[in-house]
Design a protein around this ligand. Sequence first.
Ligand SMILES: C[S@@+](CC[C@H](N)C(=O)[O-])C[C@H]1O[C@@H](n2cnc3c(N)ncnc32)[C@H](O)[C@@H]1O
Length: 202
Amino acid sequence: MIKHHYFLNVEHNQNDYFTFSDYFLNEKYTFNSCSDIFSKDCIDYGTSVLLKTVINNLNLNGTVLDVGCGYGVIGIILKKYFSSINVVMLDINKTAVQLTKENCILNNVDAIVLESNLYDKIDKKVNNIVTNPPIKAGKENLFNVVSGAFNVLENNGTITLVIKKKHGMESLKNFMNQTFGNVQILKRDSGYYILHSVKTND
Ligand SMILES: C[S@@+](CC[C@H](N)C(=O)[O-])C[C@H]1O[C@@H](n2cnc3c(N)ncnc32)[C@H](O)[C@@H]1O
C-alpha cells in the first residue's frame, strides 16, 4: 500500500471525505476533513496548546497568517477570539485549501485562503504568523517557514509556532534567535514547545 504524506497533492474519491466535530475551550467546531490530512479527525494536541498560548498571552491585531493551514483550524479558532483580525491561511495542498474554504463557511469565519508554497503568494506584509509548521516535508522547508517569516512580517510583527522537542525544537529555536535576534519559550506542555519571536527591525 502506498502511504500518502499529508502535504502531497493526491487524488481522492468521495469516500475519503468526512465531517467531524471537536471542542476547543468548551466551544464546538465542525470541520470537513479527508483521510490523509494532518490530524484528520480531532484538533491536534500541539495545535491546541499553540492556540491556548496565543489566546492567553498575545494581543493579535492586523493580518494574521497561518502557514500550512491543513483544514483551517488555527485561523478559524483565532478569528473567534480576536474578532478584528484579518485571517489569511495558506497550504501547498489543494485538498487542504478546499477544506479550509469549506470550513470557513461551516464555522462562519471570513478569511483569505491561498494555495501557496510557503510565502510565494503573500504579496503584502502581515502582522502575526501563527503556525503548526510542516515537519514531515523536511528541515529545509521548516527553516524556510522562519526565514520567510522575517521577510513578510511588518516591524514589530511576531511569529509564534509549536514544535515538539523531539522534532528538532532546539535547532529551530536557535535558528529563530539567529534570524530575529530574539526567541522566547511561551509554554511547554507534554513535549510541545511554543516558540515566539518578534521582528524588531528590517
Ligand atoms: C503540521 S500540519 C498543520 C495543519 C494545521 N495548521 C493544524 O494545526 O492542524 C502542516 C501543514 O503544512 C502544509 N505544508 C507542507 N509543506 C508546505 C509548504 N511548502 N507550503 C505550504 N504548506 C505546506 C501541509 O500540507 C500541512 O497541511
